[in-house]
Write a new protein. Sequence first.
Length: 259
Amino acid sequence: MDLGIKGKTALVCASSKGLGKGCAMALAAEGVNLVINARGAEALEATAAEIREAHGVEVTAVAADITSEEGRAKVLEACGQIDILVNNAGGPPPGFWPDWQREDFLKALDANMLTPIALITALVPGMIERGWGRVVNITSSSVKSPIGQLGLSNSARAGLTGYVAGTSRQVAAKGVVMNNLLPGLHETDRAASLVKATSDREGITVEEARARRNAANPTGRIGTAEEFGATCAFLCSQYVGYMVGQNVLLDGGAFNSTM
């Protein structure tokens, strides 16, 4: 299937590894030129080189903290014309509700709500002017099924979801399509660290901890960055013009709901 996005340019945030890298790789495979971003310059440059070699597209790597005003300014300065925006940032740390203070919520909002909104505000007007654009916000399955210890993330991502619900419908007639992609557990460094923590805490092997985790999912496994990236690429394609403001859950069926 030709996704119809060859020659477009995408900004993919937090894309040196994990799900962001999966999205960047999948877009590059469709002939999309990239601006990629992460805080760590070494891993980012390695990913940029890997993408160039694999797919022959133009890749601009900008090492910066996208959640800071300075970092966003640096990334946007390097962007030029952006047709596709993939918003992504790591979530705030887990915790217990009595311990969260105002400052904790402000940090979470900055990273997981206000940063994507700032990038949308900066880049969508150009998409409207050109009559075509795609925005995919990587949020979390916790938007559908909140996780108690991730209350900071639940709150900030729910706020972004509400913003997108309204904004996506305001820009759809201008050719700009905006949706959210909600990952469940995938094979990332974060997932590996959680398995190791379970192994250490319960005195079982890493293999046993992984098998137990996988068995809890209806598919008997967790997702891969490659299939997540492919879903993201589809949400950036020519085929989603009538798919507006949706929350696309990619969790192997872990969230159990009729509707």
